[in-house]
Design a binder for this molecule. Structure first.
Ligand SMILES: Cc1ncc(COP(=O)(O)O)c(C=O)c1O
Length: 382
């Protein structure tokens, strides 16, 4: 049986062009970018060129891009780095209850270091209200971190409006744009953000490489020490094949974000039409402010682990929430924030996320298999 991979919000397959660039880099770009001989200079040039492309994809200056090991590290650097550097101005941080664990756990760590964190609630649409940010702000607030697109339900957050709200406030504004990258044209000036996280493996690039945009005027404390790389903000010999692969992945979507968005929207419309033929389901998250890449569906009355296991046997690869918690089968903190812990929708939600190679036919086939599985499990339960 052929398999249907519908978990692109967890990670995407490497694009063949990326893979080709990386294999060349693995053998040819072995020089250390810090070495001054020709081999080192060749590698330095490759890093600089990649930095220019990533900067362009965010409407940023090259100097403001810090390569990291991925989204998790970029989020940690943004949050912990800002908090430690700005603590003389206050010790209050605002984030939302639906952030990725990279943000939530960084905030939890800071709480153990004497910072106070406000975790903004969301309503059933899964969107952070701009008023809640306004109400939570104090003179002590030094950082606001709100994600651009939620990775579990796909809801789009009002980043530009929050940027506008914070324009005259001391708080540094960070957004985790991991799930928006590649499908939303990003411009750090329009968004008025100071820090922004992206990662390569969600856009058909390699795992283990990402970047943090940092506005030049904003100071952060590094998390690592031991070298001059990345202007001392993230020392360590650069992950050259990763950086080269990241650049190639970005070049493939640069300027094409809206076309990709339209492509995914078309697939999602077909998917939703088909999935609506299954009885007793809900599609979770705001109807309009939602990513075309993610569809979160609750199959009421079913048990997530049983559904996931059976879908896996049927060759359908999906997730019950964020990849980090999927293995542990704890119910999603995002759905808990939206509906409450015991709500049937929280207990039976599956995330389908779409990818570049998907077709309309794949949408119809995946729902056909899901429908059979759900109906079989429901019959067995009765
Ligand atoms: C919204 C969001 N932020 C951060 C991350 C972490 O990125 P990485 O896997 O590159 O560490 C992910 C990945 O699941 C994500 O979806």
């Amino acid at each position: 049986m052929d398999t249907l991979y519908f978990d692109h919000a967890a990670t995407t397959p490497l694009h063949p062009d990326v893979s080709q660039m990386m294999s060349t880099a693995l053998t040819e770009n072995f020089g250390n970018p810090s070495s001054i001989h020709q081999s080192g200079r060749q590698s330095r040039k490759a890093v600089d060129e990649a930095r220019t492309v990533i900067a362009k994809s965010l409407g940023a200056n090259d100097k403001d891009i810090i390569f990291t090991s991925g989204g998790t590290e970029a989020d940690n650097l943004a949050i912990i780095g800002t908090a430690l550097k700005h603590q003389d101005k206050g010790k209050h941080i605002i984030t939302s209850s639906i952030e990725h664990h990279a943000v939530l756990d960084s905030c939890h760590y800071l709480e153990t270091r004497g910072f106070t964190v406000t975790y903004l609630p969301v309503d059933e649409t899964g969107v952070v209200g701009i008023d809640t940010v306004k109400m939570a702000l104090t003179d002590e607030t030094i950082l606001v971190s709100i994600m651009m697109i939620n990775n579990e339900v796909g809801t789009i957050q009002p980043i530009q409006a929050i940027g506008e709200l914070l324009k005259d406030h001391q708080a540094v504004f960070h957004t985790d744009a991991v799930q928006a990258y590649g499908i939303v044209p990003l411009d750090v000036e329009d968004l008025q953000v100071d820090l922004l996280t992206v990662t390569a493996h969600k856009v058909n690039g390699p795992k283990g490489i990402g970047a943090l945009y940092k506005r030049q005027a904003v100071k952060i404390q590094p998390l690592f020490y031991g070298g001059d790389q990345e202007r001392k903000r993230r020392p360590g010999t650069e992950n050259l094949p990763g950086i080269i692969g990241f650049k190639q992945a970005v070049e493939l979507f640069l300027g094409e974000e809206l076309n990709r968005q339209a492509h995914f929207q078309q697939l999602k419309t077909t998917f939703e039409k088909e999935v609506n033929t299954i009885a007793n389901i809900t599609i979770n998250g705001d109807e309009d402010k939602v990513s075309p890449l993610i569809c979160n569906v609750s199959f009421l009355g079913t048990r997530i682990e049983q559904v996931l296991m059976n879908l896996d046997l049927d060759g359908v690869f999906v997730s019950s929430g964020s990849a980090c918690t999927a293995g542990s089968m704890t119910s999603s903190h995002v759905l808990k924030a939206m509906y409450g812990e015991k709500d049937e929708r929280t207990l039976s939600a599956i995330r389908f996320s779409f990818g570049l190679h998907h077709t309309e036919k794949a949408m119809i086939e995946v729902v056909k298999r899901v429908k059979q599985t759900i109906e079989r499990l429901r019959t067995l339960a009765n």
